[in-house]
Design a protein around this ligand. Sequence first.
Ligand SMILES: Nc1ncnc2c1ncn2[C@@H]1O[C@H](COP(=O)(O)OP(=O)(O)OP(=O)(O)O)[C@@H](O)[C@H]1O
Ligand SMILES: [Mg+2]
Length: 515
Amino acid sequence: MFAKVSSLGLFGLNAFNVDVEIDISRGNPQFDIVGLPDAVVRESRERIRSALRACSISFPVASVMVNLAPADTKKSGSVHDMAIFMAILRAMRMIDDIPEGCSFIGEISLNGDIRRINGVLPMVMLAKETGVKSVFVPADNASEASVIDGIDIYAVSTAEELIRHFRGEELMTPCTHYAPPDAAYNEILDFADVRGQQSAKKALEIAAAGGHNALLIGSPGSGKSMLSKRIPSILPPLTFEEALETTKIHSISGLLDPNEPIITKRPFRAPHHTISSAGLAGGGTVPHPGEVSLAHNGVLFLDELAEFDRRTLEILRQPLEDRKVTIARASGTVTYPCTIMLIGAMNPCPCGYFGHPKRKCICPPKKVAGYLSKISGPLLDRFDLHIEVAPVEFEDLSSKAHEEPSSEIRKRVTAAREIQTERFKGTSITCNALISPDKLQEMCPMDDSAEQMLKGVFDRLGLSARAYDRILKVARTIADLDGSEVIHRPHIAAAAQYRSLDRKYWSDGSTQLNV
Ligand SMILES: Nc1ncnc2c1ncn2[C@@H]1O[C@H](COP(=O)(O)OP(=O)(O)OP(=O)(O)O)[C@@H](O)[C@H]1O
Ligand SMILES: [Mg+2]
């Protein structure tokens, strides 16, 4: 007896259709699965046997052969359990014919309960694209699946429920479509809590407006971590497309909150400095996304930057330029997007007081140089804005003055982003930080005086080509915040000033500087 049931699979972010074919024939009792299954898929035999028993159905005393087509694509995980279970029931004629256009994804537990799986969102998106009409998913994944409109999602809690539905005894009803709420913000972390620090706040506003990377450097307790954690509160709201892209990455990592099936807040990922390279950039046998991809469309915050393993940090160099991470494994190549704002925070030396206006640094010069050299020249070059966070003044801390809330700063940032959206219409560029070198001249027109100033800065400081590009892009953002289409001299001056910190701290030749 033969039966065929549809399922879906996933490799990285790429979903694909899977046909579960089953043949039950006379012969030695056995249960085989072919079609490049991994160990977890093979173990589904035991789960299914037990689940059938839990439903009071005896496993056929026959040769049971399951093929997962296409046979040349690796199948991994427990996602096909439900489809194999249905195929066996159909081949045994224990249920009615399964209508065309039904697909099944979910893990079965030994007692017949259906358990949640990872990556439901990209699989359901593919199902819709390829004309599947109904997808049966674990009840715990149902809200995530019903974010996709125009396809019927059935939430399944137990194998019994499925059997009753396909015997026509008790029909399940499709879930209602989950209408995503508007983009949201963390209401607790607001810039209004940060007293003083006007210049650091202004710099972060520029970074947010253009999507630029920023490095904050300053003494302990100056507020670097406090400021950084508030950056998402001034970023423009996530668009639906951005929210879907980010949610897909969190879905395959199993990080989605069932109560929040679509991510509406820009991610803020702050991994600890002991993180491994695979944890930061992604990796594993079936490559999983790293922190840099989990932060897609949001902020990757590396606090205590100099404490990270130097080799781990260097891995970020390519993804920061390409906005994607490609991981090659014997099982295939996976690409994860990572359009992020990288925010780094660090002390200038081990004791933390090098360059402090009032306290004396107790570190020997060699130690300071060694500490700073943990950030390589090329990595430093990728931070568009270098921000010195000065110690907070007592007057600021004790002042009763009202600080500007994040919502006000966000208005200016959003207005600058709207100018950028208009400018980049019809291209894949979304913000100034992403302007490609070939578009730089066209998108960043300067007046003569600004051009002269940039030439002066370039010659005097011996800028690298990358530093030149980045100063121009930051100047573009400053001009946008100013409402100016043409970049003027003060915009270039302000942008160049944000590249001055490396000369203050990294100027002893211990690291190769580009500014
Ligand atoms: N500008 C400020 N306004 C109000 N409180 C502040 C300000 N700066 C610092 N603080 C207070 O000091 C605490 C420490 O700040 P934070 O952790 O951001 O310092 P840091 O620069 O990251 O220090 P470290 O280098 O030790 O990591 C904050 O939690 C906050 O309570
Ligand atoms: Mg800190």
